[in-house]
Design a protein around this ligand. Structure first.
Ligand code: CU
Length: 209
């Protein structure tokens, strides 16, 4: 019922219905990656964006997200940032990659995503300190785009430590960790941004068909 309502709203706005729009959308944003390497001694994590090229968080009026993804309703959000391995990462059976929030600005939330093309399978679990969740999050070492959101306009940043730890998140002291800071700007969306985005999506699909 909820899904039907969402499609109806969008159909009214755009003149055509697109199925599967009841979850947050990647809106054709190019991917940005935090590149992570491990050379057997040290982890390193690198992001290209600084405060002057922060990732934009956008809100899309009229979109309603169902189920677990309803945590994204009425927020400014983006899934642009993904964690990716830069080269081959070799770990022992009892070694895992962890990402732990060191500091973050109030009002920035993170929900668990996954591969961008598989967003129906994303859990949208609060992670990395959001809503009282553990500050540490185990990363499986394949590309994961988590969902960042904010309720209010403004600039946000979060700093993470990336380390090798055991299954419980206890860091192994023989391996050096690294820190990385991500920057976000929650900005007003131009009126009708969701409609324009949807129109682009429909056009792209038609061209491919
Ligand atoms: Cu990616």
């Amino acid at each position: 019922m909820k899904a039907t309502m969402t499609v109806t709203v969008l159909a009214l706005a755009s003149g055509s219905a697109v199925a599967g729009f009841s979850a947050p959308n990647s809106h054709s944003w190019p991917m940005e990656h935090v590149m992570v390497t491990f050379d057997g001694n040290a982890v390193s994590a690198h992001a290209n964006n600084d405060a002057s090229s922060a990732i934009q968080l956008l809100r899309f009026e009229g979109e309603v997200y169902d189920g677990a993804s309803s945590v994204m309703n009425d927020t400014y959000y983006s899934d642009q940032y993904g964690w990716v391995p830069d080269g081959f990462i070799s770990l022992g059976a009892d070694e895992f990659l962890w990402i732990e929030r060191v500091s973050s600005m109030a009002g920035l939330n993170v929900y668990e995503g996954g591969m961008r093309m598989m967003r129906d399978m994303h859990s949208y679990d609060a992670i990395l300190g959001t809503d009282g969740s553990d500050d540490a999050w185990m990363w499986g070492g394949t590309m994961v785009h988590n969902w960042y959101s904010a309720d209010e306009l403004g600039s946000y940043e979060v700093t993470y430590e990336v380390f090798v730890g055991d299954a419980d998140g206890n860091a192994y002291s023989q391996y050096a960790s690294d820190m990385v800071t991500l920057y976000f700007d929650a900005v007003p969306s131009p009126a009708g941004a969701a409609v324009l985005g949807l129109g682009g999506l429909v056009a792209a699909r038609r061209r491919r068909a």
